[in-house]
Design a protein around this ligand. Sequence first.
Ligand code: ITT
Length: 201
Amino acid sequence: MKIVIATKNRHKFTEISCSLAGIEGISLVSLNDFPNAPDVIEDGETFEENAVKKASEIAEYIGLPAMADDSGIVVDALDGRPGVLSARYGGPGLDDGGRNRLLLGEVRGVPPQGRTARFVCVIAVAFPGGGHHTSRGECAGCIADEMSGTHGFGYDPIFFLPEYGKTMAEIPLEEKNRISHRARAIEGMRTILAGMTGGTG
Ligand code: ITT
């Protein structure tokens, strides 16, 4: 079975395709192979709603099963913000560095025990004609005092992992791919896909 990975984020594509490589009976295709695919409007209130919407609209358009990830960072001191708005937080003028600086400013002065946060990822696979499955993963940490590290993307430089004493951007990508929210969601997705193809995952 061919599955389109419905993301325009190349970091996500790499993380998902590396982690799902080798499942018997599944081959993964990039959205880059379908340059006219529509931009899906992410207006859901939950990660689940957005992931299912992205996967379903692309599956319908392309006529192949499609897999999408909706993810973001949830900061307790900010009542869960940026959450589903993580990619667009602070408006279209900001890049990853600008969003990180914005978030650091918002939690400035919050003591260490109040800086808890988590990365959340929901992966959905949807089928042309209807039907879908979802898998959710979370990774707990806290917001660092400053940006540090160059690996990964997005909020990785400010996401501190107490058990490593490092940010997500300071650990190697292979390690991130073992412990991240996306890794955990993918693990559940492997089981779902293996069940569909009769493979061993
Ligand atoms: P697609 O919708 O095309 O998949 P996107 O980057 O717009 O790409 P989302 O709408 O799911 O994806 O937004 C997720 C944002 O959350 C992403 O842009 C990052 O800012 C942040 N994020 C998600 N996963 C992350 C990770 O593993 N490390 C750091 N930041 C992450």
